[in-house]
Design a protein. Structure first.
Length: 368
């Protein structure tokens, strides 16, 4: 009679590769991606035109006098309807993302003015007329440095800067396809709020690549008849798919959102990019067991480790009884999760950035 307390070596090897694949895909590479515009602060009278058929858009990039991008600049769009019967003023605001870009969409045609402001720079104003269906994009907007910083100058809040940084991360796709949202290339990132941590996890789980990767993993398991209790055919594949996606939900929700929000830890990997190969390799591997707290200090990565253990424990409820090993499976999955995270971080530090197109040339961290 075969005992299932300790899986055969063949199944252990397969589980190692599956765990590493899940870590690489769901922990960092499968994750979140189009930039979000800040909520508009609009005031519009009932008689203002609502037709979007001739709407246009306005976009641009904010830099300093040396051409370096400015993230977190506040851009205010002001439009006036000069019709005698329906005269009104409408303002919209947004924050430049980590690549310095901003966009206003669905803008009715007519005169407009743009005001750009950022800490340490003098504000700048632009004006023009948007024609029906036009995409108005001025040349790069360079803000002059302020001789003195005025105390009353409008600047973005830390939450707004963090949101702009997240929007930049949501554009990071390896080979232009695979999401790489849980990596920060910013030298001095702003801590995420609890709400932002949950939003990042939610977008990761709903990304189309997450569903595709889950289907690929379920297909491999079915071909190898892993978790034989699920059977074969469409029903067996559906059960394997649900189990694989369940692992992603539990691991991402607990390890990247719930525990980081409670313990005030940042679930992202912070790219180092400087120093010797040895120092960068040690930094990457160490980040499998340590993380940055919201206070900016390094600390044990309780969120990631406990999140992986929780995912292993919960999986015992939906895997076939023959493949459940109780505490043994939980400990094994937690250890493999740490090993997989270390390998993933090494890829992030030395490989992934080179395969990510259109990534702004941020200054890398030093002194980590």
């Amino acid at each position: 009679m075969q005992h299932h307390n300790v899986p055969p070596l063949r199944h252990q090897t397969r589980r190692i590769f599956r765990c590493l694949a899940l870590c690489l895909i769901f922990g960092g590479l499968v994750a979140h991606a189009s930039a979000q515009q800040q909520p508009s602060q609009n005031t519009q009278l009932p008689n203002a035109p609502t037709s979007q058929s001739a709407s246009g858009s306005i976009s641009g990039t904010v830099t300093d006098p040396d051409g370096a991008i400015i993230a977190g600049a506040r851009i205010t769009l002001t439009r006036e309807n000069l019709s005698p019967s329906t005269q009104y003023t409408q303002d919209q605001q947004t924050i430049s993302s980590t690549d310095g870009s901003f966009t206003f969409s669905d803008i009715p045609p007519g005169p407009f003015a743009i005001t750009i402001s950022a800490a340490g720079f003098s504000p700048r104003q632009l004006s023009g007329t948007l024609h029906p269906g036009e995409h108005y994009e001025p040349s790069v907007i360079s803000l002059p440095e302020a001789a003195t910083v005025i105390d009353m100058q409008i600047t973005a809040s830390p939450q707004e800067v963090a949101q702009a940084q997240i929007e930049g991360e949501e554009k990071q796709r390896v080979l232009g396809i695979i999401p790489n949202f849980y990596v920060s290339y910013v030298s001095d990132p702003v801590p995420l709020t609890s709400k932002q941590k949950f939003e990042l996890a939610w977008k990761t789980l709903l990304d189309p690549v997450t569903f595709a990767a889950t289907g690929f993993i379920a297909g491999i398991e079915q071909a190898q008849d892993d978790f034989g209790g699920y059977g074969q055919g469409g029903q067996g594949y559906a059960k394997r798919y649900a189990a694989a996606y369940g692992n992603a939900i539990v691991g991402t929700a607990i390890g990247n959102a719930i525990l980081p929000a409670i313990l005030k830890q940042d679930p992202r990997y912070f790219y180092k990019g400087t120093g010797t190969t040895r120092s960068r390799a040690l930094y990457a591997m160490a980040n499998s067991v340590i993380c940055k707290g919201d206070n900016g200090h390094w600390q044990p990565n309780y969120s990631g480790i406990l999140g992986g253990a929780a995912a292993g424990s919960i999986s015992n409820f939906y895997y076939p009884s023959a493949d459940r090993n109780g505490a043994t499976l939980t400990i094994e999955n937690a250890a493999l999760g740490i090993a997989g995270s270390a390998i993933q971080n090494l890829f992030q530090e030395f490989v992934v950035r080179k395969l990510t197109p259109h990534l702004p040339d941020y200054k890398t961290q030093s002194g980590n």
